[in-house]
Design a protein around this ligand. Structure first.
Ligand code: ROI
Length: 165
């Protein structure tokens, strides 16, 4: 089994409910086991400010799916939860599921870049990830704690306990 981390983000259509549904859907992925989910965090939008605040969380999975098969599953869940892909870059969304880490792998594929390109600067990814894996070292060799220490919190706050707690 490969250990993978997936980020959840939503800012439309009752974002906390969307995020909870996403955790429930991730718990049913084929050939995979949901290990742990972070608390749910409220976060200010990165990108255009004229959109609602986001709810973010991170989950830890063990999976036998390859990275592209896992991506297919994440995109299926996004669509099932009403995701409509718009041309606007960094616009609001009902559900975004990003594959952050897939074991120690570096992946450069037209559909997928792992580690996720923005994760090192995003407080709404780093803090929930650190909740699950405080001792994590990224595949590039950087300890997660270093990234967390230098990342502005930007108003990030826990708004609900993790699923199962
Ligand atoms: N901003 C926040 N706070 N959380 C997100 O999940 C998020 N996702 C995005 C963009 C539009 C970059 N901004 C975000 O895709």
């Amino acid at each position: 089994m490969i250990e993978a981390f997936v980020a959840i983000g939503s800012n439309l259509g009752d974002p906390l409910a969307q995020a909870r549904r996403a955790v429930a859907a991730l718990a049913t992925l084929p050939e995979s086991e949901l290990q742990q989910a972070s608390s749910f965090y409220g976060s200010r939008p990165m990108g255009p400010a004229d959109q609602p605040d986001y709810v973010n969380a991170v989950v830890r999975l063990h999976t036998r799916l390859g990275p592209l098969a896992l991506l297919d599953q994440l995109q299926r869940i996004e669509l099932e939860q009403g995701r409509v892909r718009k041309d606007e870059r960094w616009g609001p969304r009902t559900l975004d599921l990003d594959l952050l880490l897939y074991g120690e792998e570096h992946i450069q594929h037209e559909r997928l870049t792992v580690p996720h390109y923005g994760m090192k600067e995003r407080e709404f990814v780093l803090l929930p990830l650190a909740e699950l894996a405080p001792a994590l070292v990224l595949p590039c060799g950087t300890p997660l704690t270093d990234l967390v220490a230098r990342c502005p919190r930007n108003g990030l706050a826990i708004i609900a306990a993790a699923v199962g707690e």
